[in-house]
Design a binder for this molecule. Structure first.
Ligand code: PEP
Length: 251
């Protein structure tokens, strides 16, 4: 059965003390009734500490925000999947639109990152999302299909079990504009159908598909109540303990 997951992407925010305090505060605010797994995704420099804070708590884990497409070697400033895994970290976020746009990450490079992450035992939170002009030109389904096919659909069934998809329309990220519940559900269903066609119904039903894009306490409950929305990848609101905990507790 697929898991409900709420992951907080801190991006390049919070110093060490702020990060530690945020994790402590969120953990204190979690409802014992929540059915969601919680994932904190800090920057690399905080990952060891944050992972240590989460590791012993059931249903709480950590994620890197990226990894190198290469195994090891002369890549100054890069961090490998093996290094991340050696900390005991469970997840890596790949293909965030900010990395696609600012660091020119292509579907093919992401395919390599997916492969190297899975090879090293990380689960992948794979982001996909269309731009505003793609949605206006009604090519948003093609865009998502293309991103998923080119970076993920070479995987075999066993490998695909370690993939979580995050649908994040670019026009909704950090803008305060959230996709409507219908828009989000429609795309999540489309993604689930794609997975079913490529693999089978069981794999598709077992894949967690998260929504990301200005998700906040006021809209989380409605979004998460949709049948194909299994949680959220949360940016801005994950930096505030009350907001993030409220989103998690929406399940
Ligand atoms: C994100 O960056 O993944 C994101 C969803 O950001 P925000 O929640 O701030 O829109």
């Amino acid at each position: 059965m697929r898991k409900n997951i709420v992951a907080g992407n801190w991006k390049m925010n919070l110093n060490r003390n702020e990060g530690i305090k945020l994790v402590e505060d969120v953990l204190n605010l979690l409802s014992s009734n929540s059915t969601s797994e919680v994932v904190f995704s800090p920057s690399f420099v905080h990952l060891y500490k944050v992972n240590k804070m989460c590791k012993s708590i059931e249903g709480v884990s950590s994620s890197a925000q990226n990894c190198s497409a290469s195994e090891k070697g002369t890549f100054t400033g890069e961090v490998s999947a093996e290094m991340i895994k050696s900390l005991g970290v469970e997840y890596v976020i790949l293909g965030h639109s900010e990395r696609r746009e600012n660091f020119m990450e292509t579907n093919n490079e992401l395919k390599q990152k997916v492969d190297i992450s899975l090879k090293n035992g990380l689960k992948v939170i794979f982001c996909c999302g269309e731009s505003l002009s793609q949605r206006k030109n009604e090519v948003h389904f093609d865009c998502i299909k293309n991103q998923i096919e080119e970076s993920l659909f070479h995987l075999n069934e066993t490998e695909f079990e370690n993939i979580i998809i995050a649908y994040e329309p670019i026009w909704a990220i950090g803008t305060g504009v959230t996709a409507s519940t219908d828009q989000a559900q429609e795309m999540h269903q489309f993604i689930r159908d794609l997975i079913s066609e490529k693999y089978n119904n069981e794999i598709s039903e077992n894949t967690s598909i998260l929504y990301g894009g200005s998700c906040k306490p006021s809209n989380a409950k409605e979004l998460f109540s949709q049948k194909d929305i299994d949680g959220g990848l949360i940016g801005g609101a994950s930096l505030n303990a009350q907001d993030f905990a409220q989103i998690i507790n929406s399940f």
